[in-house]
Structures are given as C-alpha cells and as structure tokens.
Design a protein. Structure first.
Length: 313
C-alpha cells in the first residue's frame, strides 16, 4: 500500500511480523512530510459515506501509524533542550515563557528583512508558503479541548470564539488570511511548490491535535504559537504596509501582532499553569509540543531564507 502512486520508496508496505508500516532506516523526513501533506489536505473535509469505507479505514490506519512514527522522529530532535526543564509549576512557566526569547527560530533575521526589504514578489512567495503550512488554529483548538479539565477547556473555548470572530464572519481569522492571499493573487500552492518545511508545520500540528495521546503536546504547541507569533506578525504587517497592500489585506497580521499577546497571557495562566499544577508530569509533553512547533518553524525560516536570499546574504 502506498500513500501516493508516484511516491518515492521510503516506507515498506507492511512489516510481516507486526503488520505495521515502518520507516526505512535512512528515510528522508522531509519526503515523509510531503507524503503526509497529501493525506492532510483533505483529511478533515466533511464527506459522504462511501462503499469503500473498509479500504479507506485501512489506508487511514496506515497513515496514522506513519504519522506517529514521524512524531517520534521529530521528538528525538528536541530532547537535548529538555535537560534543564523544571517541573515546579511556577518555574516551568518561567522556562516556557523564556522560549519567546531563546526558543528555536526566535529572532530569525528573515522577519527584519520582510519588514524592511522584501519586494512584492518575495513577500508573495513567503505568504504562499504560510498558506501552505496553515492548519487552522481554530480547528486545532477545537480538537485539543476535547475532554480537557474545565478550567483549560473554558480558556480554549474563549480562544476559539476569538478565532471565529465572536460569531461575526468578518472577524474570523481564517478568512482574513484568505483575503490577503486573494489580494496577492495567490492560489493554494501545489505540493510541488510547497517547501517540505512548510508542510511539516501543518503535519506536526495536526498530528498532535488528532491523536489524543498527544493532546497535552498540542496544548503546548498552540500555546507557544500565541507566545511567539506577535513579534513576527508585527514585522510582516509592517512589510505589507510598506508594499502598499490594502488595510483589509494587512489585517490578519495586524490582529495577530496584538491580540495574540492577550491570548498568550490567558493561555499560560488558564491552560498550561493549571494543567502542570494539577499534574507536574504534564510539563514534559507540554514542553515537547512547544519545542516541536518551534523547531519546525526554525527549519522553515532557514529554508525560506535560502530560497529567497540564495547566496546574496
């Protein structure tokens, strides 16, 4: 069984002993992310019942095992950063909030360049990749909150309501990004045009939100997005404004440069701190989720600079 008919050979169909797909020893993680992106593009779309439901479930089981293998590989990359992580709730929150300054990918020079120097074509390329890696914060929040304790669940609900424009279609965050893409005449990029690093952003976030064994990882990852996004969003907003994009097109990044600061404060106080206070063992999965997201972002920024700057910087 293959995920795509033309995918490169990286995964055995099934292990004859365990009946589970296995990553080959030297599998390229970037290619695995591209394979996962094929499935994730329509994974959550509402569908009608199919006569082929048994085959579909079998294919989904295959991809979900591959997805968890991917998460294990990604987790291996960030373990060294957990050595000095404290378990005391207050000290843990100090460690977590410090990620805004010292976490992987923070203060990347890409965003100063987008703010001050990128031309229209370069900014459009960047936004295309942002669209490709967007997994839908509101949907990820909705998936993560399932069966969470009351206090975190209520904050996740408040966050979701903000993402949904508090019931006003014009205030929904997702369509704001679509408005920007429309003004830049951006169509959703094909897989051939999508950087594997951008695909990985969405894959990792969706994997954590959809697999309940990673629910606390998802809470940490979503929390660190709120923590670290405002500074980058402000720089992109300034770049869009410099290039003469309309206020409507600028709005997505303008809102996230300010609203996410309040979201982060509430997320840390009402979601992460209560979870770790109730059970200090949750500090590690929350931290792992945050570092998974930051490390994936770091790889994105580095690849974007390589593609946009070439050897000129």
């Amino acid at each position: 069984m293959r995920i795509t008919e033309n995918s490169e050979t990286m995964i055995t169909d099934f292990d004859p002993i365990s009946s589970q797909p296995k990553l080959e020893q030297h599998a390229d993680l970037s290619q695995i992310h591209m394979q996962l992106a094929v499935f994730n593009r329509s994974r959550l779309d509402p569908k009608l019942p199919s006569k082929n439901w048994k085959q579909e479930i079998g294919e989904e089981a295959f991809i979900r095992i591959l997805e968890n293998e991917m998460l294990h590989a990604e987790l291996d990359e960030i373990q060294s950063r957990l050595v000095d992580m404290p378990l005391d709730p207050k000290k843990f929150m100090e460690w977590f909030e410090e990620l805004r300054l010292t976490g992987p990918g923070q203060n990347d020079p890409l965003f100063d360049w987008l703010e001050e120097s990128a031309n229209h074509e370069e900014m459009t390329w960047f936004i295309r990749q942002e669209v490709a890696g967007e997994a839908g914060f509101e949907d990820l929040t909705a998936l993560t909150q399932v069966k969470m304790p009351t206090r975190p669940k209520l904050e996740l609900a408040r966050n979701y309501w903000d993402e949904m424009g508090r019931g006003n279609e014009k205030g929904m965050h997702g369509p704001m990004l679509s408005n920007l893409a429309h003004e830049l005449q951006i169509e959703p990029p094909s897989l051939q045009e999508t950087m594997p690093e951008a695909a990985a952003l969405g894959n990792i976030m969706m994997a954590m939100a959809l697999n309940r064994r990673y629910a606390y990882h998802s809470a940490g990852a979503l929390g660190v997005i709120e923590l670290t996004a405002p500074g980058r969003a402000l720089k992109v907003y300034h770049g869009l404004k410099r290039l003469g994009l309309s206020p409507e097109a600028q709005r997505y990044y303008l809102i996230h440069s300010s609203l996410d600061i309040k979201h982060s404060e509430a997320w840390n106080a009402e979601v992460l701190f209560p979870l770790v206070t109730e059970n200090p063992a949750l500090a590690k999965p929350i931290a792992e989720g945050a570092l998974l997201r930051l490390n994936a972002g770091k790889r994105c920024f580095e690849r974007y600079r390589k593609e946009l700057w070439g050897s000129s910087h």
